[in-house]
Design a protein around this ligand. Structure first.
Ligand SMILES: C[S@@+](CC[C@H](N)C(=O)[O-])C[C@H]1O[C@@H](n2cnc3c(N)ncnc32)[C@H](O)[C@@H]1O
Length: 154
């Protein structure tokens, strides 16, 4: 759904086996370029071969920070690096167009404020929800799963 709204380019960190990528490719508007980065070499090469017929789809092999080589994006999905949980957070001012969207997936739904994880302040979640360059919201997708969606301030 978010891919269908992008008018510039779309970026993804963490290609995996290309499932989310395939959904975004299927939903994008004509002319929208899609770039995904994957650190696992075999996965990167297999998915690149899978989408080899699509000239405006590119799979980069390497750390998620390589996505900076292709930004800024209208939509950036962080599904393998850049989420502020196990890696530093992506910089929206560097990676997003003004009013561009960032998705940070795989949170457990927030049940209190300020949010905590394992009894400690949930700094990754807070970092996004209170990011000065973004307007963010948390969307619950399942009882045990939520995602944060942010829009870069103009
Ligand atoms: C949850 S899977 C991605 C699933 C995929 N986006 C999908 O929708 O099917 C996470 C992927 O991110 C990759 N990954 C993890 N850390 C990474 C990093 N620092 N840089 C690039 N890729 C990374 C992993 O190798 C793994 O393939």
């Amino acid at each position: 759904m978010l891919a269908a709204g992008a008018t510039g380019s779309i970026g993804e960190t963490g290609t995996g086996c290309g499932v989310g990528l395939a959904w975004m490719i299927a939903a994008r508007r004509p002319g929208v370029r899609v770039v995904s980065v994957e650190r696992d070499e075999q996965r990167a090469h297999v998915v690149a071969a899978l989408f080899a017929d699509l000239p405006d789809v590119e799979i980069l092999h390497g750390d998620w920070t390589r996505i900076q080589e292709r930004g800024p994006f209208d939509l950036l999905v962080t599904d393998g690096g850049g989420n502020g949980k196990s890696t530093p957070p992506a910089d929206p001012e560097l990676l997003l167009n003004p009013c561009g969207t960032i998705v940070i997936d795989d949170f457990t739904p927030m049940t209190q404020w300020p949010p905590v994880i394992a009894g400690e302040p949930d700094l990754a979640r807070l970092g996004w929800l209170e990011h000065p360059a973004l307007r963010c919201t948390e969307v619950r997708l399942a009882p045990d799963l939520s995602t944060i969606i942010g829009t870069r301030r103009p």
